[in-house]
Design a protein around this ligand. Structure first.
Ligand SMILES: Cc1cc2nc3c(=O)[nH]c(=O)nc-3n(C[C@H](O)[C@H](O)[C@H](O)COP(=O)(O)OP(=O)(O)OC[C@H]3O[C@@H](n4cnc5c(N)ncnc54)[C@H](O)[C@@H]3O)c2cc1C
Length: 503
């Protein structure tokens, strides 16, 4: 007999997202965090649109958009020449921008959301060891006053960051490498004509990135190329020198709140699940901050896992649902690692001939709107999909394939104009009938799986036609498309739902 269904180890952004989602799905848990206080460092600066869509599903996206700074454009310059301007503005999402917000704020907003939901993060408690068994996991928790406590849980979720006690405890290989180039960063104020855009400068000495923060602050990142001697620590002078040599010129950096040197590790575990133990976030994957994907990918790990744990713990499904977590998220982790490493290596080429070739190719490719669109969609994580998952079944529709993200669209639902994201089920599956001749069948079918399935019937017109097309869709609780069938294939939709839900 366990003390609690889930123990969440670690209360960084991923542990907090995990706790919020478990709470929202009505799962009892304990979430423990070693540190007495939240980080005051800005670390992960950007929240991408897909994460904002999921925060909307969680009920807290407005908190983030009220505080963060939306940035709709990115610019890439090579040796001073503008070679690419990428706009997020035209992307079909309610959040067509990169939202700049320091990680300290992200953690604050998630913790406040958790408290509003009636949950809490228990601070100054550390998971020191654990014993995984076939039916439970016995965890040892150490309190700040020296007391230790044993907690038996059904599932342990590791959100304990890059140096994960859980990963070490399982003796998992964190396979990968440390990039040879070191970087420095400064969160500073800048005087001068600095555009409010995400700006990258490829310079013969190395790369420089300028990212807008709040209240006139910017993050400046530069690699320590051959022209800069390897220093002991990052200084304002070094940041200024990188700005002068590689950047826009005429810009003065002052009032630093964070200066740091860092090296990049590209590492990942092969499997995110080991029996009753799950790994998420930096405990499972770490990589270059190029592309700003680390925290976003981790938060999405949490959204993927939370509903699966909830349905399993409530006895509504078998273990086969939890089996899908690792293949789905590990494939995403592989892709994110690959892309981030590629971006970093391109940006830090130091051979003049290789730089010349890179600049020529990038300038030619980025002339095409289609290439800029692909780049923007990759950054925004809106293209993340699970095509090979056991949860992705059926046939492609006009616009979507099983496993794709369920996009928002203006829809006519039961004769009323609605945004799809406002009516999609936030607690379970949605059976979405688009242009179906026999709409009542959707309601009857959903009723068989009450309260886990909600039926929505929408006309196949306008954005619904353009983004979905006529057909029968089962949308997963994390707003990915699980099943697609023809508008009359209720039998197939029922078999799909019965596979994943006990009626
Ligand atoms: C300079 C920099 C820039 C970055 N920029 C971006 C960006 O723009 N976009 C992006 O998406 N990502 C970015 N990242 C990455 C991002 O910061 C991480 O991916 C993110 O913090 C991972 O969150 P996490 O919750 O998995 O781990 P962490 O943030 O490390 O949190 C783990 C938590 O677990 C606690 N803990 C550890 N062990 C235990 C234990 N045994 N028991 C209890 N508690 C424990 C720790 O105290 C900590 O609070 C950046 C990182 C850096 C360093």
């Amino acid at each position: 007999m366990s003390d609690v269904p889930v123990l969440v180890a670690g209360g960084g952004p991923i542990g907090l997202a995990m706790a919020c989602e478990l709470r929202r799905h009505g799962v009892a848990f304990r979430a423990v965090e070693r540190a007495a206080q939240r980080t005051d460092l800005s670390k992960a600066l950007v929240i991408w649109p897909r994460t904002l869509e999921l925060l909307r599903l969680a009920g807290c996206a407005d908190d983030f958009t009220a505080v963060g700074r939306p940035t709709r454009e990115a610019q890439l310059r090579a040796n001073g020449r503008l070679i690419a301007e990428i706009s997020f503005a035209g992307i079909a999402t309610p959040y067509p921008y990169a939202l700049f917000i320091p990680q300290s704020e992200t953690e604050r907003l998630l913790e406040e959301h958790l408290q509003r939901l009636g949950g809490r993060l228990e601070r100054t408690i550390e998971l020191t060891s654990f014993e995984p068994g076939p039916n439970s996991v016995v965890c040892t928790l150490s309190h700040a006053d020296g007391r230790t406590e044993q907690v038996t849980c059904d599932y342990l979720v590791a959100c304990d960051g890059a140096h994960s006690v859980v990963r070490h405890g399982l003796k998992l290989d964190f396979a990968g490498e440390t990039e040879p180039v070191a970087f420095m960063l400064g969160d500073v104020k800048l005087d001068g004509a600095v555009e409010d855009k995400l700006q990258l400068y490829w310079h013969r000495e190395g790369v420089l990135g300028i990212f807008p923060m709040q209240r006139g602050r910017f993050r400046v990142i530069a690699d320590l190329g051959p022209a800069i001697e390897a220093p002991q620590e990052a200084t304002l002078d070094l940041i200024q020198s990188a700005l002068d040599r590689r950047g826009p010129g005429g810009v003065r950096a002052y009032d630093p709140v964070w200066l740091s040197l860092f090296r990049i590790n590209d590492r990942k575990v092969a499997d995110y699940r080991h029996g009753r133990v799950f790994l998420t976030g930096d405990a499972a994957h770490i990589h270059s901050p190029a592309g700003g994907q680390g925290m976003n990918t981790g938060i999405q790990d949490a959204f993927n896992l939370a509903w699966k744990l909830a349905l399993t713990i409530k006895g509504k499904t078998g273990d086969r649902l939890l089996v899908t977590y690792s293949p789905e998220r590990s494939a995403v982790g592989d892709m994110v690692l690959r892309n981030a490493a590629r971006l970093t290596r391109l940006a830090t080429l130091h051979q003049p001939a290789a730089q010349w070739l890179r600049n020529q190719i990038a300038a030619s490719v980025m002339r095409f709107a289609a290439a800029r669109r692909v780049f923007a969609r990759t950054m925004t994580e809106l293209d993340i999909r699970y095509p090979r998952s056991a949860l992705s079944q059926g046939r492609p529709s006009k616009r979507l394939r099983p496993g794709d993200r369920a996009p928002d669209a203006a829809a006519t639902v039961d004769g009323q104009r609605r945004q799809l994201f406002d009516v999609l089920n936030r607690d379970g599956f949605t059976l979405l009938a688009v242009g179906a001749a026999e709409a009542p069948s959707a309601v009857e079918l959903a009723a068989r799986f009450m309260p886990w399935v909600k039926a929505i019937t929408a006309s196949a017109e306008g954005e619904m036609n353009a983004r979905y097309g006529a057909g029968l869709y089962v949308i997963r609780p994390d707003w990915y498309v699980g099943f697609i069938g023809r508008a009359d294939q209720y039998g197939k939709a029922e078999r799909y739902l019965a596979t994943w839900l006990r009626s």
